[in-house]
Design a binder for this molecule. Structure first.
Ligand SMILES: [Zn+2]
Length: 282
């Protein structure tokens, strides 16, 4: 069964916290609820275009914004971003899906009308076996980030199937790839939020974020869950090297046991790694 995954990203702009919750969550129940529309075939309003690894459908009314042939440039830019995401995730995690990944980019109004009701926070994309993204009137950094994020979920699912990667790992890797694509890391403001959560007792134990998605979390908790997940992956990359992220994915795919994969990769349990991260936050 397809597993929709949601994403939330937290971005800072000019020092002001801007919580942009993009979502992609997945539970079996969510999948079945969303399935009829999420799996809709191109309905005649979609344009289809293929690249080496993607099959793109988009229905943004782009001509309204960029002239009669703007859609062609728009689609080529989208596919260029996706192909770069393919290389980025492949180089980072060693995952190279062997089939075309389907990507639907919706006109923002159409996406909101069809899907916002499914999410407790503002969604800009989700993955349910195919990538669904709220489009924009041009290919900007936020849209590129969303495509990278959702592609990470697509690649992981293509490699190991749905449900094996706990949400904190799946979302943390997606957030990490998205940040890489946008040329940024977690900033001081985001670390301040993590530090306060750790000190004030509102920290969400990663063990509690090990389900298939963050769909059950409310807005604030979802924000923190995504931030902690991103923080954990950034910590692992910084302290133990990016190469071990790849080893972790390989071990998890091979053993299908997270505790064993963490032990073989880091010689530590999840609780021990989480304690190390939180010790840094003091
Ligand atoms: Zn996500």
């Amino acid at each position: 069964m397809p597993t929709p995954s949601r994403r939330a990203s937290i971005q800072t702009t000019r020092g002001v916290w801007l919580v942009l919750l993009s979502v992609a969550l997945v539970t079996a129940g969510f999948a079945s609820t969303l399935a009829p529309e999420a799996r809709a075939e191109p309905d005649g309003h979609f344009q289809e275009r293929k690249s080496a690894h993607f099959r793109l459908y988009q229905d943004v009314d782009i001509e309204k914004y960029s002239g009669p042939h703007g859609w062609r440039r728009f689609e080529l830019q989208l596919l260029d971003i996706l192909e770069r995401a393919y290389d980025r995730v492949g180089n980072l995690l060693g995952i190279w899906p062997g089939h075309h990944v389907r990507v639907s980019v919706y006109d923002p109004g159409v996406f909101d009308a069809k899907y916002q009701g499914y999410f407790g926070f503002r969604a800009v994309g989700f993955f349910d076996g195919a990538i669904h993204v709220r489009g924009a009137t041009r290919v900007d950094a936020a849209l590129a980030g969303t495509l990278n994020h959702e592609y990470t979920h697509a690649a992981i699912q293509a490699e190991v199937g749905p449900g094996l990667f706990p949400a904190w790992l799946n979302e943390g890797l997606a957030e990490y790839v998205e940040a890489q694509a946008m040329g940024r890391r977690l900033g001081p403001g985001q670390y301040r939020v993590l530090t306060e959560a750790s000190r004030q007792g509102t920290w969400l134990p990663l063990e509690s974020l090990a389900g298939p998605s963050f769909a059950h979390l409310s807005g604030d908790s979802a924000s923190l869950a995504y931030l902690e997940s991103h923080g954990m992956i950034e910590y692992l990359a910084r302290r133990h090297g990016e190469q071990k992220l790849r080893w972790l994915c390989q071990e998890l795919a091979r053993t299908r046991n997270l505790d064993r994969a963490l032990d073989r990769t880091y010689h530590r349990s999840l609780a021990e790694l989480e304690s190390e991260l939180r010790a840094e936050l003091r």
